[in-house]
Design a protein around this ligand. Structure first.
Ligand code: TYM
Length: 354
């Protein structure tokens, strides 16, 4: 290889219902990237274990995310769709990365701090080491691009740190085995084994906020179902949640500078812009000066128009779990071949095999 082959990798956890945030921030981008890139999309069931789902929740959740991928338009034949636990190389590489990553790096992870809360002593080791497994997901394929929402930015920086430290620590071994790929580091060209993966975090939907609190991220784990739109919500649920979404008494502003201090108004306009694949300015061009009693029904109609076909297709797919399982099995078989190639080289580099 004279340089890293462009490859897209991303993952979604099978915990709870997928939200509009997951769809607009990630899955819709996964679909678009298929036209230009080789793509691998993973249901990260090992990561889900860090929040202790019941066995049934985990199995059903895994199928449901796979169904959402397919219903949204991901092609599992041209690209790869699988669940993480079926490709054991992820867990194997994660252990090696646990030995590369430093406690201090992981201690800085804001998602760990949020999820562990005050009782850190009682958090699982898995929750702490979560980002090293995420790095392994990506680097098992030496993926170059990772589409995610804004909340994953810090984890992707850590993935780069792990790749860089591995490349540095083993640089002479990598070069000696002829496994290096030329990489530009400052003015120097060095031989690295892992790419410094680029996050793809752009567009209007990198951070969709809660419908109940415009300063909080829309999340599958929010206790209030009214805070989010789930991909599987019915048209009536979607309309009700948008009708009940928190707003303020003012009409919509004429331009985006009028969003100052109005996070809920901005979030709804942002959602409209993302669903319509336009900009907030264009939405305000149509709705600026209008009250929410006019804007909310228009937003509900657009959301239903975009999401109902996906929900219908997900229901159809979920009625045949055997089919979903066979898609995942075929994806895992193809992913394993690629991940094993990386692991064979990694084992030689670190000295686990001659
Ligand atoms: P997860 O399952 O929490 O979320 C899946 C994707 O959805 C994005 N997302 C959002 N985007 C915009 N607005 C929101 N409110 C919102 N909520 C979630 C997330 O940024 C993510 O892209 N750690 C990852 C899963 C993972 C992974 C990986 C991702 C494991 N290994 C390797 C990429 C590459 C996670 O928990 O995502």
């Amino acid at each position: 290889m004279s340089s890293f082959e462009p490859l897209v990798f991303s993952g979604v956890q099978p915990t709870g219902n997928l939200t509009l945030g997951n769809y607009l921030g990630a899955i819709r981008k996964f679909v678009a990237l298929q036209d230009t890139h080789d793509c691998i999309y993973c249901v990260v069931d090992l990561h889900a274990l860090t929040v202790n789902p019941s066995p049934k929740e985990l199995t059903d959740g895994t199928r449901s995310i796979a169904a959402a991928f397919l219903a949204s338009g991901i092609d599992p034949v041209k690209h790869i769709v699988f669940n993480q636990s079926r490709v054991h190389q992820h867990a194997e590489l994660a252990w090696i990365f646990n030995c590369v990553a430093r406690m201090g790096w992981l201690n800085r992870m804001t998602q760990f701090k949020e999820k562990a809360g005050k009782d850190r002593e009682n958090a699982s080791v898995g929750l702490f080491a979560y980002p090293a497994l995420m790095a392994a997901d990506i680097l098992a394929y030496r993926a170059t691009h990772v589409p995610v929402g804004d909340d994953q930015k810090q984890h992707l920086e850590l993935t780069r740190d792990i790749a860089q430290k591995f490349n540095n620590d083993y640089s002479s071994d990598i070069a000696g085995l002829g496994l290096g790929v030329p990489m530009q580091v400052g003015d120097e060209t060095v031989q690295g084994f892992f790419p410094l993966t680029e996050p793809l975090i752009e567009g209007p939907a990198t951070r969709i906020m809660s419908l109940r609190d415009g300063t909080k991220k829309m999340s599958k784990s929010d206790p209030s179902d009214l805070s989010r739109i789930n991909l599987t919500d019915t048209a009536d649920d979607i309309a009700k949640k948008i009708r009940k979404a928190k707003t303020d008494p003012e009409p919509l502003p004429g331009g985006t500078d009028g969003f100052e201090g109005r996070p809920e108004a901005e979030n709804l306009v942002n959602i409209y812009a993302a669903l319509a694949e336009t900009t907030k300015d264009a939405v305000l061009g149509d709705f600026g000066g209008q009250p929410f009693s006019v804007f909310k029904p228009a937003l509900a109609e657009l959301a239903v128009e975009k999401l109902s076909p996906i929900a219908d297709e997900m229901r159809r797919l979920m009625a045949d779990p055997g089919h979903i399982d066979s898609v995942l099995a075929s994806g895992a078989e193809r992913a394993s071949v690629r991940a094993e190639k990386t692991m064979v080289d990694v084992k030689r580099i670190v000295g686990l095999s001659a």
